[in-house]
Design a protein around this ligand. Structure first.
Ligand code: HEC
Length: 176
């Protein structure tokens, strides 16, 4: 019986374990967390929870995901960004020209890790957007801008007013 429990535990931990490559990435991720730390307020970069989601949607295959994150870190550019909104709010990320091997390890870690929902970050985001609305900046204006831009890029959802609604929904689901 005791043996069985130990075996079950071992298997459960194994399922959660990172590959050795991702373990190395985890050890090096501090270079990125200087900005991508989800607890920073004000935020300096989008938390990896959202970055991982976005990149997994675009690159289902791990090898492509790793390639895309590595490429991004070496050459961030507005054209190649999957997330347009953080650039508008925070400016373009500076290049992180680390050795390829290290970037592959960091990217493998970003693929494998199960990040906590960035509740503090979302709460601040929502607070700030409510603050700017009540200053009379105009909800209509924000939404109008969001929709216009969204259509132009062929991505309606996730911009402007829709963005706030989406964050609110995720916050309610995952943080309350
Ligand atoms: C000096 C601060 C800073 C550091 C250090 C930093 N980032 Fe970023 N990162 C940002 C900011 C700001 C954004 C949002 C603006 C943008 O996309 O350029 C961002 C966005 C991203 C994105 C989303 C790009 C997209 O497609 O929209 C990825 C992926 C990313 N960072 C990966 C990394 C990795 C990997 C590292 C470490 C090797 C790293 N970042 C280090 C500031 C930083």
């Amino acid at each position: 019986m005791k043996k069985l429990t130990l075996l079950t535990l071992a298997l459960a931990f194994n399922a959660l374990a990172l590959t050795p490559e991702a373990e190395k990435g985890k050890a090096a991720i501090g270079a990125c967390l200087a900005c991508h730390n989800a607890e920073l307020s004000p935020a300096l970069a989008p938390p990896f929870y959202g970055v991982q989601n976005k990149y997994k949607q675009a690159f289902s295959d791990k090898a492509m995901f790793v390639q895309a994150i590595s490429d991004w870190a070496k050459h961030p550019s507005e054209e190649n960004a999957l997330m347009k909104r953080p650039i508008q709010k925070l400016g373009l990320m500076p290049a992180m020209p680390l050795p390829d091997e290290m970037l592959a390890q960091i990217s493998a870690y970003l693929y494998e890790e199960e990040f906590e929902p960035p509740c503090t970050h979302w709460a601040n985001d929502l607070k700030n957007s409510t603050a700017s609305q009540s200053k009379g900046q105009g909800k209509g204006q924000r939404m109008g801008r969001g929709q216009g831009k969204g259509q132009g890029h062929g991505k309606g959802i996730g911009q402007g007013g829709n963005h706030d609604a989406m964050i609110q929904m995720k916050y309610n689901q995952l943080c309350k």
